[in-house]
Design a protein around this ligand. Sequence first.
Ligand SMILES: O=c1ccn([C@@H]2O[C@H](COP(=O)(O)OP(=O)(O)O[C@H]3O[C@H](CS(=O)(=O)O)[C@@H](O)[C@H](O)[C@H]3O)[C@@H](O)[C@H]2O)c(=O)[nH]1
Length: 480
Amino acid sequence: MAHLLSTTCSLNASTSSRAYSKPLNQSSATFPASFTLKTSKFAIKWLTLQEKRPQRVCTVHAATLSQEAQSDVKSGTHQISGDSSNPKKVIVIGGDGYCGWATALHLSNKNYEVAIVDNLVRRLFDHQLGLDSLTPISSIHNRIRRWKSLTGKDIGLYIGDICDFEFLSETLKSFEPDAVVHFGEQRSAPYSMIDRSRAVFTQQNNVIGTLNVLFAIKEFGDECHLVKLGTMGEYGTPNIDIEEGYITITHNGRTDTLPYPKQASSFYHLSKVHDSHNIAFTCKAWGIRATDLNQGVVYGVRTDETEMHEELTNRFDYDGVFGTALNRFCVQAAVGHPLTVYGKGGQTRGFLDIRDTVQCVELAIANPAKPGEFRVFNQFTEQFSVNELAALVTKAGKKLGIDVQTKSVPNPRVEAEEHYYNAKHTKLVELGLQPHLLSDSLLDSLLNFAIKYKDRVDTKQIMPSVSWKKIGIKPKTVAA
Ligand SMILES: O=c1ccn([C@@H]2O[C@H](COP(=O)(O)OP(=O)(O)O[C@H]3O[C@H](CS(=O)(=O)O)[C@@H](O)[C@H](O)[C@H]3O)[C@@H](O)[C@H]2O)c(=O)[nH]1
């Protein structure tokens, strides 16, 4: 646990107060105690991007485009697809993150009217933990301006914290979405297991944020469809087949269809379980329409939209806190680091390409749940064990002339390392999902992508640094 977290944040009161039009002391989320953020936890709320505007939240408009960007629009240099006959308005909460950014662009490309809601805290975690994306990423403002310049399409931007109900409700009232896609949660299992304050932050941020979304939909958009990112990790690794959300059980001669048992194995995964219960209850009690997308482990980085310009490039995490298995293995292979298989490596999970994440979300929006319905889709396309992934990356490396080694690392997590795993995943296919399976060519291109950026890799961030068993109450800090 040597290298976690500095105690002072670079975003301090003096730099933030100039840019923000409202004092920031009302938010209800509690940031980990060890982060001394004097303004408030999320000092980025109520950001005024341009000339003074009366609204509390702000949208990036064409008026903010650079001359170069304006001329791109006029010359129409980029063609895009999409059906504009029935534009729907969609809010993407967490639209600056890995899955959220790709999804926001994809929906915009498909002629949905999109607004991103984000507090930019994911970027702050990197600053605090001394981490960085493999890929250089532009600010959210430049990302959106570039998108406008390439496609002529606006993406609205609301900077703020959904744990602040006033901010969230103003946003919903102003944008009036037909659907809310909710990626806006702390999504790393290791992050949630660093120390008590990160565990509390993760659950408070995720559970209260989702609860606020549910209340906001009830009050200001009761027709609005909630598309919520859950996780396959809610189910754990039971010794029976995993169904999609529900299981029919006969017990003492009586039969019922019940929520599938949940056995999450980190405070992060548990936060999603708590969300699922809250959503299920509000669908019943208030008639909310919701889809829980129990997503597996995502890999890849490019989508049709992020490829259009380097300023649209997505983030790519490879560190031991935010990096996920296959993406990490590709970066490890690229820099000649042995692949870090935790324990016996029989851990099996559902995986999907990020191009399928965006497709699945679009399918869920295009085919909304009915009022009062709580749908659960298992969102992955293939199952692999960690050992199988390591073997695939080793083979792909060989083709590129790289000698890839694998090293069994003592497992920092508490999880089954050999187990039965068979999870259903038919509902999204029935809606029309056309999966991008993990072919040799995709692995080659992912590996080549990692090689392209390998000079940016900080090899000190590769080994896991968070132990499930050693989590304690003291805030973890990192030496400079
Ligand atoms: O270097 C590594 C990294 C991971 N693993 C193993 O690979 C499996 C998956 O770990 P991961 O870090 O790729 O993914 P996880 O922590 O489960 O979380 C990720 O995948 C989840 C889907 S799922 O795994 O719950 O299906 C999402 O909910 C999370 O937001 C996302 O960060 C685990 O058994 C882990 O022990 C290794 O063996 N070596």
